[in-house]
Design a protein around this ligand. Structure first.
Ligand SMILES: C[S@@+](CC[C@H](N)C(=O)[O-])C[C@H]1O[C@@H](n2cnc3c(N)ncnc32)[C@H](O)[C@@H]1O
Length: 250
């Protein structure tokens, strides 16, 4: 069996942030599989078939990729950012675990990418310089009550936090509730970074205190970073520098 399956992260948007090993895998692939806007980032060429599919069909997409690899094709499943962060790598392994036994023998590799949270943090300074956590605010695959519990405990534990999928047209309420809860636990001055379309021509980075953060500042192209109680702001012209010191007091 000469087929293989690579699950690759394309990074947050800029071609300069795609790793060389992902570029090399794409150059060897016979098939690229993924969500429509991510597949659109792969240049068409002779010998390469692009299989773009809609959102929310991750398991079908994963099974299709595995079937093609089992048939001897060289398949790259693409995600934005890192494929292991709220993305296709876990979906592929869910399909492997519940699929035919021979899928376990396939040559499957995960190639990391630069996740949105880290690209955004780098643009703002070093807000994740000490302990932090990442939470997906979408309740498509988990109950909202669990999101609220994790948010509250993370805020009480004084983590800096990164929120993926903060707000969509289908879920306008959740992020407003999340901000309200954070104000209860964290107070008003906590820095909040709204990082939209990081590393693309539409990039916009906005830093506001929690009390001024409003739900409409985020959409599905935004990752939201919230500082810990130790996070500091260095004022300067334009976007300030936000960083969290490496140490915490006793
Ligand atoms: C389904 S998650 C995929 C995350 C991706 N696997 C990663 O590692 O970045 C999609 C969410 O990632 C965040 N995101 C992805 N690319 C982004 C970018 N260029 N700028 C800001 N946020 C981004 C947004 O919160 C978006 O709603």
């Amino acid at each position: 069996m000469s087929g293989w399956l690579v699950i690759a992260g394309l990074g947050p948007g800029s071609e300069t942030l795609v790793t060389p090993e992902v570029t090399a895998a794409l150059a060897e692939a016979t098939d690229v599989v993924g969500y429509i806007p991510y597949v659109a980032r792969v240049a068409p060429r002779e010998g390469l078939t692009l299989h773009a599919s809609d959102n929310r069909v991750e398991l079908d997409r994963a099974r299709h990729a595995l079937q093609m690899a089992a048939a001897g094709r060289r398949v790259v499943v693409v995600s934005s950012g890192d494929p292991g962060v709220f993305a296709m790598a876990a979906a592929v392994f869910e399909a492997v675990e519940s699929g035919p036994a021979d899928w376990r023998e396939l040559d499957i590799r995960v190639l990391p990418g630069i996740t949105a949270m880290l690209a955004a943090a780098a643009r703002a300074g070093a807000p994740l310089g000490h302990d932090f956590c990442a939470i997906n605010l979408s309740d498509n695959l988990k109950p909202w009550a669990l999101i609220e519990k994790r948010l509250r405990l993370a805020a009480e534990a004084d983590f800096a936090m990164a929120f993926y999928n903060p707000r969509s047209k289908a879920r306008p309420e959740g992020f407003a509730r999340a901000l309200g809860m954070l104000r209860d636990v964290c107070g008003d001055d906590r820095p909040v970074i709204f990082a939209r379309a990081v590393s693309t021509p539409e990039q916009a980075i906005r830093v506001v205190p929690l009390t001024e953060a409003t739900p409409d500042m985020a959409d599905m192209r935004t990752v939201v970073l919230v500082g810990s109680s130790l996070t500091r702001i260095i004022a300067r012209n334009g976007v300030p520098i936000v960083y969290t010191p490496r140490s915490a007091p006793e």
